[in-house]
Design a protein around this ligand. Sequence first.
Ligand code: SF4
Length: 493
Amino acid sequence: MTRSPGTGLSKSRFCQGLQCPKQLWWRVHEPGAPELAVDPALQAVFDRGHRVGELARARFPGGVLVEGDHRQVKERIERTRRAVAGGAPAIFEASFAADDVFVAVDVLERGRRGWILSEVKSTLDVKEAHLPDVAVQLHVLRAAGLDVPRAEVMHLDRECRFPDLSNLFARDDVTGEAEALLPAVPGQIRGLLAALAGPLPRVATGDHCTDPYECPFLARCWRALPPHHVSTLYRIGRLAKALVADGIETIPDLPDGVALPVIAARQARSVRSGEVVVEPGLARALARLEAPVAFLDFETIMPAVPVWDGCHPYEQVAVQLSCHVAGPGGRLEHHQLLAEGPGDPRAAVAEAVVRACAGAGTVVAYNAGFERRCLEHLAAAVPGRREALGEVVRRLVDLLPIVRDHVYHPGFGGSFGLKRVAPALCPGLDYGDLDIGEGGTASAVLEGLLLREDALPPAERARLRGQLLAYCERDTLAMVRLVERLRELARRS
Ligand code: SF4
């Protein structure tokens, strides 16, 4: 007998349940939980999966798509049965049920010696976490009486390079790995169904809360840590667990004589005193910044399926920049560019960054390895501006290590990210008023705006463009204010 789709298992529910039955229970019994709301970053993941799935299907000419939504289990199984009987060379979303588990196989291909099950993933490799997904499908298909001697994961191939998408996918045989998991699958299914039928399972927190995927219910299960918990001590590794095991929860509780690395020790001094700590070398470090100083920040997208010449899957491409140039007498000039539409924006971005940084003695970025990679990518893509972009790279100075190696403020909370450092050191500077306030969301919105622009009405596009421009501008303005504040601290120390 097949349960209704509301209470039975699917391949994704099976995998979620293996990670944690308590997470599965909440997902099934509280489908409207706020933690499960789809934000732009998650929507981008779904969109990417759909796009990759569609392109994968195009590799199987004559394939038949089994249509239907999650309420049409019986109809989808019947349509699949008809496609099998009708001799379809491949079936997409091929639907089967057995042992109270419903699965829709991404691609079921008719081979010479039985069927080939293919699970399509948007990743660049087969991951350990993909195997239970394949195993439960194999279990259900074989239990339903289908001859399936081979199982594959079809994933994106990092060697692919636009415009040649003929090798967009690699197909890896995972039959052996999936079959090794099969003996455990019936017991796992019974266990998860029993858990779903009972009260909320009791599961202790642990590494499984973030591995292989971050659980959306972390805030329900993990106790809020007190301010300045020892786990925030900068890069102390296993020492944090040892301290907690000894009953030492917060930095002010640390006994004298605990040996800490240099930066964590500075952090502890700052937290205990409640004051900003400034090391004597700050003035010397800031002296490297030669006026006029350009403050540069890029925003990027990483399309799973490459869309511009020479790009691989997930190649990171700068599509937006903000640059404040601090000139003599505190004069501030702002340059910005946000690409529009699906065309290759790299020549325009390269031109804009070269112009913005022209004449700057130093180009400052925060965590500058990212900007360096963007500039090097642009130089490779726009040979005519290679030399000028190389000049920008040569003038690049990373502000993050200047802060990390010389300053600690209790408000950093153990992080040297710009969004922690700048508001702590520069009161009034905040990101709270922005609709887009962090890079992951910006990237997801940018990708939608550029590559799926037809999906958005013009007014919505204009609104999102305004939000993205405001976000990127805030990052470079934060760097300007941060350097002013650091200079002030250096003078006082
Ligand atoms: S936070 Fe951890 S214990 Fe809680 S539901 Fe998620 S995975 Fe399970």
